[in-house]
Design a binder for this molecule. Structure first.
Ligand SMILES: Cc1ncc(COP(=O)(O)O)c(C=O)c1O
Length: 251
């Protein structure tokens, strides 16, 4: 008798068994159900008004996965030259690509700029200087540090800054002739604590209005990632997360 693992769909399980029966691929290997990838990707962003979805290529940089998601309404976030190469091989237009990693190498910035990428994150004076040197005039968004409690991969210890510094850095970016357009944050990957998003949005709101009071009108909010997926444990659903984000952004 076959026992299907509780967290695997029966349709996926059938494909797995079929693959094992018919393939002579040497184990170990990772099997992915393309239908599930497509379906999961199509759910994201549905509950937030005026939003665009960017697939963080680092999540799975296999060219077939990136290609599978290359459809209207899907854009890409990259952090490395390797990821850019994949998108370039797929012929993805630069207007659909942003880079939200706040610490980038000069070589990566140069390649991205040559390709036409024009949106970059930052969280330090050094990064603003680097962008001013290698991506003059580009659009930039500042990364805030936000609570990551309850996330399986906390990211706020290594990236992001507090609101006061963020406003100073937005001003510095403007001084260096960059175009400060927005704010970003990341609640940590596989985030199971819905309050991380609301606390993050509180911080965003304070930076947004402080920036406005010093003459910087922001227009972009990048909410990073962190939507959890059910591996073995139950997680909060994407609809509830997006409903809350949508209400808080557009009350
Ligand atoms: C800047 C940025 N955006 C988005 C993501 C995607 O996050 P997640 O896989 O948690 O959805 C990551 C992941 O590390 C990231 O660093």
């Amino acid at each position: 008798m076959q026992v299907i693992p509780e967290f695997v769909r029966s349709s996926t399980w059938e494909k797995v068994l079929n693959f094992i029966a018919t393939s002579d691929e040497a184990a170990p290997y990772l099997l992915m159900d393309k239908d599930v990838v497509r379906e999961k990707a199509s759910v994201i962003g549905k509950g937030i008004r005026n939003c665009r979805v960017y697939y963080a290529v680092k999540a799975n940089p296999h060219i077939e996965i990136a290609g599978l998601l290359d459809r209207p309404g899907m854009n890409y976030e990259i952090a490395s030259e390797g990821e850019l190469k994949i998108l370039s091989a797929l012929g993805v237009k630069p207007g659909r690509i942003i880079s939200s990693n706040p610490v980038k190498s000069p070589a990566f910035i140069k390649h991205a700029v040559d390709y036409g990428v024009d949106y970059f994150a930052f969280d330090s004076v050094a990064e603003v200087d680097k962008l001013a040197a290698y991506a003059p005039g580009c659009n930039v968004y500042v990364r805030l540090t936000v609570p990551n409690e309850g996330s399986e991969w906390p990211l706020s210890k290594k990236f992001g800054i507090e609101p006061d510094t963020a406003v100073e850095l937005l001003l510095y970016a403007r001084e260096r002739k960059l175009n400060p357009v927005g704010i970003t944050f990341h609640v940590g990957s596989q985030c199971t604590n819905i309050y991380n998003w609301s606390m993050a949005l509180d911080k965003v709101s304070s930076v947004w209005s402080s920036a406005e009071s010093v003459g910087i009108r922001l227009k972009v909010l990048n909410i990073g990632g962190g939507y959890p997926i059910r591996y073995t444990k139950e997680v909060i659903d994407i609809q509830s997360i997006e409903e809350m984000i949508d209400t808080l952004i557009i009350p």
